[in-house]
Design a protein around this ligand. Structure first.
Ligand code: CP
Length: 347
């Protein structure tokens, strides 16, 4: 049987993901009670095509805490630039092809984790997720997504955090709100938040300035399928007040409008006209339980652009918990991808 990858949660059932969250809770609880050896003798390649604070740190720390070893590679900066297209004459910057990279790393390492953001020139090209898909095609070990056009590890961290603070997620209201950012950003975390909230039984509202900011149909359709299966709803709204009303969770993210992908000059005036989508105290006051709805964001976040200082520092802000939980969910995930079963007994 071929190895199982973690490229997108679309390929994983809710019960499989919940089983990972249970392991993550156990790992979190037992973190300080002695070193684990789940990854003893295992080496993980962390391939970063883009910068990171949380992802790199949490993976390196998590692998260390389970007795494994991490090798960080930054192609084009300390490792050779890679070609991802097939059949091209490689007379540009790339020094080697992903086929050799993935096959060679598979001989040294037990898993390859990849971060590769879109190139932001053509959504039709970027939505193919060619970098991680080509690693998965050629690797003979599991491949794990550290953020491409989705961010599945962030999804797990978000759901662990909501289980901790909100309890049951079914039939609660999840608001995914677009926020302003001076540059058009990746839709990855928005795609991810949308599908995981729908999969975990929330009533989901997507709040964005105009229909141009609705997400790719692959993720909209997946979310529609999940809410239908759960007997819940998916609502697209451009009205701030009604979207925030009664929300148990407000999840903020900025992203570029797909119809303007690669031609951002036309999108900028639309984005600039919606700076008021910032998450602030007045909007959070409309949320569930008399304004005690939770706020979160994947980080990094530009304060007083995407959310105010007061919202970030509020007791209902989950941003630091969610960032911490990256560590625990990724440890649970790495164990499983290495073929280890659910954790039994004391942490
Ligand atoms: N949330 C997240 O992935 O953070 P980094 O980009 O810092 O890794």
């Amino acid at each position: 049987m071929s190895q199982r990858h973690f490229l997108s949660t679309l390929d994983w059932s809710r019960s499989e993901l919940e089983s990972l969250l249970v392991d993550a809770e156990t790992l979190k609880q037992g973190r300080r009670s002695g070193k684990r050896h789940d990854l003893a003798g295992r080496t993980i390649a962390l391939v970063f095509m883009n910068p990171s604070l949380r992802t790199r740190t949490s993976f390196e720390v998590g692998i260390f805490e389970m007795g494994g070893h991490a090798v960080v590679l930054e192609p084009g900066k300390g490792a050779w630039p890679i070609e991802f297209k097939d059949g091209v004459v490689m007379d540009g910057d790339a020094e080697e092809h992903v086929e050799e990279v993935a096959r060679v790393l598979s001989r040294y390492c037990d898993l390859i984790a990849v971060r590769a953001f879109p190139k932001f020139q053509s959504w039709e090209e970027d939505r193919k997720d060619a970098v991680i898909e080509s690693f998965a095609r050629y690797a003979t070990v599991p491949v794990l997504n550290m953020e491409t056009i989705t961010h599945p590890c962030q999804e797990l961290a978000l759901m662990l955090t909501l289980r901790e603070r909100l309890g049951a997620t079914d039939a609660k209201k999840f608001l995914l709100t677009w926020t302003y950012h001076p540059r058009p950003l990746n839709t990855a975390v928005a795609n991810s938040a949308l599908v995981i909230a729908a999969k975990f039984g929330f009533d989901v509202t997507l709040l964005c300035p105009t229909p141009e900011y609705v997400l790719d149909e692959r993720y909209m359709n997946a979310a529609k399928g999940y809410v239908a299966a759960n007997g819940r709803t998916l609502t697209v709204s451009h009205d701030i007040e009604s979207a925030y009303a009664g929300a148990h969770v407000v999840y903020a993210k900025s992203w570029g409008a797909l119809p303007h992908f690669g031609h951002w000059a036309a999108e900028k005036p639309i984005r600039d006209a919606h700076k008021h989508f910032i998450v602030d105290e007045r909007k959070m006051a409309l949320t569930a339980d008399g304004g005690r709805g939770f706020f979160s964001h994947c980080l990094p976040l530009r304060r007083n652009v995407k959310a105010t200082d007061a919202v970030m520092r509020s007791p209902t802000s989950l941003v630091i918990d969610e960032a911490e939980n990256r560590l625990h969910v990724q440890k649970a995930l790495l164990r499983r991808l290495m073929g280890l079963g659910p954790i039994t007994g004391a942490p």
